[in-house]
Design a protein around this ligand. Structure first.
Ligand SMILES: [Zn+2]
Length: 459
């Protein structure tokens, strides 16, 4: 067949593939794009069309795999050549100081040990294996020893390099490289995904981590390709040709090869710096676009990591310092309805005041009637409430065992609580709306929005 293919087509496909890999690298790993998103999309469309016309020119390394391939029947099992361990947890500054003491005792030194600290991403751990710079296998962590092979799904994630790049000439591409990362969905991506699920009448995801896990484990990678998955790489398994004796320097080398690493990592700090960084992360956590649930510290020296070794389940050279709980239980005293600037009615739960992570909380949003139904939230219920930064706290679930039969089911009103006009229900959007243009509550919300930071920023 191939003798009939115009050599210019073969050349064009090769060129498009190389260029798309390179632009992906510049955009995601280097944060230094050369072309616009629309130009990238145009090149991708051209490649997909050409490949569809010449299936004999298909390649397992093509950037067009970002859109997914034919579904598989079941996942294969993959054994990790180096066990993917879980980390021990610390819950206080004194736990961290104890950890540091144990490390120095084990090493028999009074000298300060240097740590590299990073945000603990709340996502799904995966391992990617590269041979001669090409992604050959990707798998979930599983039980740490074996996971599920999800290579086509991982290839759809834009922040995953399919082919490794050489940023500096002197940096060689490792012959074999096992690299580990955390797959996440941003809070914004999660919000859009759930809106989409809701509009199609599909069950909603409970949180970004569940959404990431569910999206990764799709037998049809075309579904995965439509999910807003991202990845941050944090370490390596076995590697040949990446002989670097510092954890941080290794991460920098990974970045040069095309792996995206978290921009908030604090390299090579002493133990007092570690504690400072923790408070900084705790303050900044909701400014980050994705969920984090703490901090991870690792001894920066790989030599020290090897000397300290590991227990059956976790390394002795790393620890996770978890954030304080942001969930508490309380009681729903009443449910009222708020009218937004577009006239949408939102049920709001009034709670018995409860302190969650240092802040008094007395109300929580129920988002919409469907969500209140789905979670079967009733007036008088004892509920688990979660606070996430500046956003209105949310009800995670009802504590069923606390019910005594006096709880009242909540129904959306037929009339707007502000102006009394009849509200209109949109089944498709699961929304209830007041369409009265002169509704006082709507106008008030519009003025508030107009003056808010997102619009004109008037005090
Ligand atoms: Zn109204």
């Amino acid at each position: 067949m191939s003798e009939f293919i115009d050599p210019n087509i073969i050349k064009r496909i090769k060129n498009l593939r190389e260029e798309l890999h390179r632009h992906n690298y510049l955009y995601y790993a280097m944060d230094d794009p050369e072309i616009s998103d629309s130009e990238y999309d145009r090149m991708m469309r051209e490649l997909i069309e050409l490949e569809a016309g010449y299936p004999e020119l298909s390649s397992p390394d093509s950037p067009s795999l970002r859109v997914g391939v034919s579904p598989v029947k079941k996942f294969q099992t993959v054994r990790h050549s180096v066990k993917m361990l879980s980390l021990d947890n610390a819950f206080s500054n004194s736990d961290i100081l104890d950890f540091d003491k144990r490390v120095r005792k084990e090493l028999g030194t009074d000298e300060q040990v240097l740590y590299t600290a990073e945000p603990k991403m709340d996502g799904v751990a995966v391992e990617l294996v590269y041979e001669d710079g090409r992604l050959v296998t990707a798998s979930t962590r599983g039980d740490g020893e074996t996971g599920e092979e999800i290579t086509p799904n991982v290839k759809t994630i834009r922040t995953v390099p399919i082919i490794l790049q050489r940023y500096k000439e002197e940096r060689r591409i490792p012959a074999r490289l096992e690299v580990r990362g955390e797959v996440v969905i941003s809070r914004e991506g999660f919000r859009r995904l759930n809106e989409d699920m809701l509009s199609r009448g599909l069950p909603l995801f409970a949180n970004p981590r569940n959404a990431a896990a569910g999206s990764l484990r799709q037998l049809d990678s075309k579904v995965t390709a439509r999910r807003p998955l991202e990845i941050f790489f944090y370490g390596t398994g076995e590697s040949e040709g990446l002989d670097i004796e510092s954890h941080w320097d290794r991460l920098c080398a990974l970045k040069e090869l095309g792996f995206r690493i978290n921009p908030h990592i604090k390299p090579k700090i002493k133990i007092d710096g570690v504690l400072e960084y923790y408070s900084e992360l705790e303050r900044k956590r909701y400014e980050l676009p994705y969920d984090i649930d703490g901090m991870v510290i690792k001894t920066d020296s790989i030599g020290i990591q090897v000397r300290l070794g590991q227990t059956a389940r976790s390394p002795r050279w790393a620890v996770a310092y978890k954030f304080k709980a942001v969930q508490e239980t309380t009681k729903i005293l009443d449910i009222s309805v708020q009218v937004g600037r577009t006239g949408t009615l939102t049920p709001v739960a009034h709670l018995e005041t409860v302190n969650i992570g240092g802040v008094n909380v007395n109300r929580a949003t129920l988002h919409n009637e469907d969500e209140a139904r789905r979670k079967d939230i009733r007036i008088g219920d004892t509920v688990l409430v979660q606070r996430a930064g500046d956003v209105i706290p949310e009800i995670i679930k009802v504590i069923d065992s606390a019910r005594n039969g006096s709880e009242k089911v909540f129904n959306m009103p037929e009339n707007c609580p502000s102006c009394g006009s009849r509200v209109i229900r949109d089944e498709k959007e699961a929304s209830v709306r007041c369409y009265n243009e002169s509704c006082p509550a709507k106008i008030k919300a519009q003025i508030e929005h107009f003056a808010s930071k997102r619009a004109f920023d008037i005090d």
